[in-house]
Design a protein around this ligand. Sequence first.
Ligand code: SAH
Length: 324
Amino acid sequence: MAHYIAESNAHYYSHRDPLGQAGDFVTAPEISQMFGEIIGLALVSKWLEIAAPCPIAYAELGPGRGTLARDALRVMARAGLKPEVHFVEASPALREVQTGNVSAATWHQDISSLPEGMPLLIVANEFFDALPVRQLALTERGWREVMLAHDNGSLTAITGNQPMDQAIPAHLKNAPTGTLIETSPASHAVMREMAIRLKRSGGMALIFDYGEETPGFGSSVQAIHNHEKIDIFSRPGEADLTAHVNFGALMETARGAGCSARLFTQGDWLKSNGIVERTRQLANAEPSRRSEQVAALERLASPQQMGDLFKCLVLLPDPRIRAE
Ligand code: SAH
């Protein structure tokens, strides 16, 4: 399953821009400039707090079209903050689109080559949900990994033969048959590296995604094509595959690597960082677009829309823990 998600998404993202109405799905920065602006403002306050005249880097993971970065960097520049810009982006097609929105960026294939020796202002929106998950299911024979098989030319999920019981946390040993859990080693690897770097060099990370602090059981893998959910096996490499982010597990990893981790709903985080005031400001500046701005606020922050489903994970170096 994890290989399928990784290969499918690598192909999917490599040769297209899937974002926006004309694409397959719409993300927060594509809904309104306010999303990137509020993030930019939060990064400015972090920078003012650091208060050291040192170089500083803005690092974004999976920047999509570069819209969030463009909006955040504009706000930051207005406050006098002009960081180096580093994009972690695997897709050649999206790197091309990003060039049009942010002129002076350095691109990275993965997080390992981000600059050392300067604080990092890290942002990731809908990045972790695109990383592969492994699935383990409790069968009559014990815990097994979910794998894929060919069935008359189509793909289908089966369980493997290898016993996986020893990889299961103790409290799940007596779960009912049919229980399925997900784990994302790829996400933990990124999270750990990110937290180690924050602890070492200072800065902050803001991670937005949909998921829960304590996820339930069952498969959360879904495929989106042309704004609709489709069968995850029906269009390999041609649909966006995502899984819910297990924030609780990622927070544990971040804490283990020396960071403090706090989780907010996206709605609460955006509101406590000024999105209502920004909506008012934009609406006053351009009254003919007031209803559009209010609708964007609703879409991003109200609990019935993205506000509760999406979370914001804030990572900061924890001064109480020694650096690795
Ligand atoms: N943050 C953007 C785009 C989200 S889509 C927005 O909010 O609009 C996911 C992004 O992550 C895309 O830019 C995709 O190319 C990138 N991506 C997905 N998997 C990746 C990986 N393994 N390594 C690097 N980038 C990846």
